[in-house]
Design a protein around this ligand. Structure first.
Ligand code: C2E
Ligand code: CA
Ligand code: CA
Length: 570
């Protein structure tokens, strides 16, 4: 397009146009996708060619009338266009201009070539006009995407960091402060998976639009990534304080977002804040500080808010250290399995054992899974750890069964990440076959988070496992999203009522009502019910009274290493 050589060719052709070959050149031009205007100074003759008639609704009959183009072109482009269509005025032999056609809402590219005679006077000129709307918009879009997030129109991460760096430089000069607030939508995956990606996007767009309205010359907002937004406030005091902005956001979230399918979508957000210059003095570091605080917030649950401080930093650093040690522990196989017995509440007979992993560190001693499982789930080491627990507990179980001829169930905790692996079902079956255990004695404990992540594929795996004969137990029931109706869809055999219910079951009447109705429904659906974390006789008696099938907890026995359990079996 930018190549003008064809125009020279064309000019040559037009020079001969009076000759007998004219129609051939006409055809050539006619076949192109452009509009042409040919003008001869010699006899003030104008000819429009190519797609001219398709491009424009007006005719041009003289050199002066070329001015008609300026009528349809946006006024800002009048000077460049005029210069382009009258190259003879500046004696330029070739000029180009990209202009906007207001009338037809398109971008036009004008290229004009001027042919001079021997004495240097203009002889002829050719204008080639192309529609470049598509290319133009594409360039626009690319330029736009370099700075803004496509979904929300907020500053993207890269541009935000640059602008934050500028803001920090100004603050350094003027001795001012900046607050950075990260906003992370809680369990956004739930929205995406439950309602579909497009609804998820819509929620982000709506929330982003609300945030965009908060922008002003002191407040800058970015869509950092997926479900994370960030706000930078210059001089965060008074009307501009972190608290003020936090409250505006919380208030907004009191009401659900209405999405296009008519549904109301509600969510909470976690927020973390870091201040310049207190926490960090560069844009990247400030964002990292807010990230670290967010990590802490998320570990505490939903809707949290915290400022960066050194305790949080130290905790983060020691987690990083722990993570490294955990990697080593996996390499050195420094894990063992404890077993906690479960008893039928009516008969007090042994119902099963839950396998609970322990990390044995030579310096720190026994480390609780409550500490390292969350890390292992994040960095993926839960896969080898889970594999170890599965094999170790089934092996141990087979040994006991052989030795003591007892009938009880072995319950094994399985993480979401394990279910996600394609070979998960096969690997379970493989271990069961290897130790020749009947699958009906093997129970896998899952949490709802497993289903939220990847509903269809996990359901399929659970069904296959149950078909094979393995039991499925829903762990920590009551802590997640479990609505009773939701339960009907799950292919499960056992429901484990979370310890938090048992903790307050005697002191809080509403907990009692909930627990009783959970048990009611559980019986209705044919699930076996287990109460976890039963620590005393009163709790046990009450649970037995209201029909809880199985009791697990310190009252009947803590988790113990295999040798101790062996004494019990004996
Ligand atoms: P969980 O599956 O809910 O296991 C029950 C936890 O409650 C165990 O903690 C157990 O020791 C504790 N517990 C049982 N009875 C009582 C009681 O009466 N009072 C109190 N205060 N606590 C009681 P533990 O062994 O520290 O395990 C913590 C969590 O770590 C487990 O919670 C489970 O989510 C996870 N976990 C443990 N082993 C594994 C494993 O092999 N794989 C996976 N993926 N997760 C595991
Ligand atoms: Ca469990
Ligand atoms: Ca549990």
């Amino acid at each position: 397009m930018k190549d003008t050589s064809y125009q020279i060719e064309y000019l040559k052709a037009m020079n001969k146009k009076l000759g007998e070959q004219e129609h051939i050149y006409q055809l050539l031009v006619q076949k192109s996708e452009h509009a042409f205007v040919y003008y001869s100074f010699e006899n003030d003759e104008v000819r429009t060619l190519g797609l001219y008639r398709d491009f424009f609704d007006f005719e041009i009959n003289s050199n002066e009338e070329l001015m008609l183009f300026t009528d349809i072109i946006d006024r800002t482009y009048t000077p460049v266009l005029t210069e382009c269509i009258y190259p003879e005025r500046a004696k330029n032999t070739s000029i180009q201009a990209e202009v906007y056609d207001n009338q037809k809402d398109r971008w036009l590219f004008f290229e004009t070539s001027l042919i001079l005679d021997k004495s240097g006077n203009p002889k002829e000129k050719v204008l080639k006009i192309s529609d470049v709307t598509f290319e133009h918009n594409k360039n626009d879009e690319i330029a736009y995407l370099a700075y803004y997030d496509a979904l929300t129109g907020l500053l993207n991460r890269g541009y935000f960091i640059r602008k934050l760096a500028d803001m920090i430089n100004t603050a350094k000069e003027k001795n001012d402060k900046i607050a950075l607030i990260n906003i992370d939508i809680d369990e956004f995956k739930r929205v995406n998976d439950g309602l579909g990606m497009s609804i998820g996007d819509e929620v982000l767009i709506k929330f982003g639009a609300f945030l965009k309205d908060l922008e002003n010359d002191r407040v800058m907002i970015s869509h950092l990534s997926n479900d994370i937004f960030t706000i930078a406030i210059y001089n965060p005091v008074g009307e501009y304080s972190v608290e003020k902005y936090r409250n505006i956001i919380l208030k907004k979230l009191d009401n659900p977002f209405k999405v296009s399918n008519g549904q109301d979508v509600s969510f909470t957000v976690s927020m973390s804040a870091a201040l310049f210059p207190d926490a960090a003095d560069s844009a990247i570091d400030l964002i990292s500080c807010a990230d670290i605080v967010m990590y802490k917030c998320k570990s505490l649950g939903k809707g949290q808010f915290k400022y960066f401080d050194t305790n949080i930093l130290n905790e983060f650093l020691s987690n990083v250290e722990l993570e490294q040690q955990l990697n080593n522990a996996v390499l050195n196989k420094s894990f063992m399995v404890y077993f906690q017995p479960q008893y039928h509440s009516e008969t007090r007979e042994l119902r099963g054992m839950e396998a609970l992993v322990r990390w044995r560190d030579k310096d720190k001693g026994i480390i609780s899974p409550a500490v390292f499982i969350p890390i292992a789930e994040k960095n993926g080491t839960i896969i080898p750890i889970g594999k170890f627990v599965l094999e170790e507990s089934i092996k141990q179980y087979a040994e006991w069964k052989e030795k003591y001829k007892v009938d009880f169930i072995i319950s094994i905790n399985i993480s979401a990440l394990q279910y996600k692996k394609d070979d998960f079902v096969d690997s379970v079956i493989e271990v069961i076959e290897k130790y020749k255990v009947s699958p009906k004695y093997v129970e896998l404990e899952i949490t709802e988070s497993v289903l939220i992540d990847d509903f269809e594929s996990v359901m399929d795996k659970l069904k296959r496992l149950r078909q094979y004969g393995v039991k499925i137990s829903l762990d920590d029931f009551g802590t997640g999203y479990s609505s009773l109706s939701y339960l009907k869809k799950f292919p499960i055999d056992t429901l484990k009522i979370d310890k938090s219910f048992i903790d307050t079951i005697l002191s809080d009447s509403s907990t009692r009502i909930i627990t009783e109705s959970i048990l009611d429904m559980s019986h209705h659906m044919g699930f076996e019910s287990i109460a976890e974390g039963v620590e005393n006789e009163d709790q046990y008696k009450y649970l037995n009274e209201i029909g809880c099938d199985v009791i697990q907890g310190y009252y009947f026995g803590k988790p113990h290493p295999a040798e101790e359990i062996e004494k019990l079996l004996h």
